[in-house]
Design a binder for this molecule. Sequence first.
Ligand code: PPY
Length: 368
Amino acid sequence: MDAFTDALQGWDGEQVTCRFDRPTGTWIFIASHSTALGPACGGTRMRTYPRPLDGLTDALALGAAMTRKMAVAGLPCGGGKAVLAVPELLQGAAREGLLERYVDLVESLRGGFLTGPDMNIGAADLDLMAARSEHVFGTGAGVQEGRTISDATAIGTLAAIRACLRHRFGGDALRDRRVLVQGLGGVGGELVGLLVAAGARVLVSDVDATRQAELVGRLGVEPIDAADVLTTPCDVFAPCAIGGVIGPEDVATLAAPIVCGSANNPLRTAETADALGAAGILFAPDYVVNGGGALHAIGVETFGWSSSLVLERLEAIGDTLLEVFRLADAHGVSTAAAAERLAGERLAAARSTGAAGRHGATLVEGTA
Ligand code: PPY
């Protein structure tokens, strides 16, 4: 078999929709991983990849993570993710054309996949898509009291960092804690601001030097070279950029007792979670930490949650994480395995009650 069929056959999800967009040379992959809890929901990512296969494998892994994210967040949604594997980051008419053709493809799924922002897809893109589709989150209409999906993800990540501090050190005060944020995009940049406001000593790193310099100038945080992020001593390492930043070979030199950030799939391999645990490094499973975006998007735009309810649900991410740590300690497993157990229990409960069958592809509050 070739690598493409291997990737698809090795995946435990439901459906992949694939199209080559000839006008822009873009491979589109929509990975609908699970509809057990409701319609597959997840953002759309625009990125360049070395090969189309890398875009597909990214979509497959991200879609699977969304299923677990929705399950632990207690949302009545399945998981999916879309990747637009572009030859270069598109702008102007080429970008608009691609997004229009892409969202028409999403529409052809008739509500089985709902989407929103992810890497390199912002509010303007989503507004353009929403003009042709009912199935797009993260438009201007989804901003609540100035909070976007990215802002909500950052708030949830802060709650998660506090839970890690409490578990590890017995108290969740951020004052004078050293937190290293890798990736200063929509979520990472916002997180830095929240951490600074809470009195933390923040270290920042981004492959985009301009973005890093801007934040350093504006907030007085300390810049760290991209090459040094894993070996710089700090209390919390917060990966908030692309996935796969920590591999098993990095664990021995990782100079942080806590890894807790918003990036999806930050561990390169499944074994990395065990290696972190064995080294005494507390790993906060990413899909527990970064569920704030989905909670905000679906809570605000579909269920009409009030601001205080959204904030309550974002804070509760910290409680869920403490439950994951408790489960890991009780069963002597890694925190990643404990989170999977929690997600698996919720998915199994939905399957046994036939929740997905009852509700089909409609998002209904209170069914998770
Ligand atoms: C993510 O958390 O990675 C998302 O993709 C968030 C999300 C969830 C549902 C719709 C749009 C975005």
